[in-house]
Design a protein around this ligand. Sequence first.
Ligand code: IMP
Length: 173
Amino acid sequence: MIIGKPLLSTEEIQKRVRQLAEEITEDYQDRELLAVGILRGAFMFFADLVRHIRVPLKVDFIVASSYVKTETTGEVKIHCDLREDVRGKDVLLVEDIVDTGLTLSLIRKKILEKGPSSLKVCAFLDKRERRVVDVPIDYRGFVIPNEFVVGYGLDYEDQYRNLPYISIFKKSI
Ligand code: IMP
């Protein structure tokens, strides 16, 4: 396996995360936020993002999966649902990467059915070229090319999540 040089360095990531948190703080002044992380990929981004958001905030998580190795199965599985009641709450869904858009689109639909007072999406990475379903992204970290990436929470077979930067992942021949 080959991990190339960082596509996004730790410094670039941290700077952008703070900018996103500032935008979110401004937009949610005088409101209480329910930040929902989509695990496992979003765990690092989620933790960095919420520590810079300056409004009252609760956290919850959904566990979802759709990938086997570097390919999407096209079938999204929700392994663990929300504990918080989202009815009447301002919900911010936090995702690691939007690729086909299938995961986010299904989770959005499930949350909207529960009647939140608002629902916005914050995605760390946007692999826009691969989109299959249109899904709104309110806060976007970076648009990246159509490459499989690892690090900063993102994995290949559950490895590399702990890298503090994003790298393009290539299988060696
Ligand atoms: P989507 O449903 O196709 O949008 O895929 C979303 C999920 O696939 C993400 O939450 C990731 O867990 C995973 N994924 C998509 N692209 C990558 C990648 O380049 N590296 C690691 N995981 C990825």
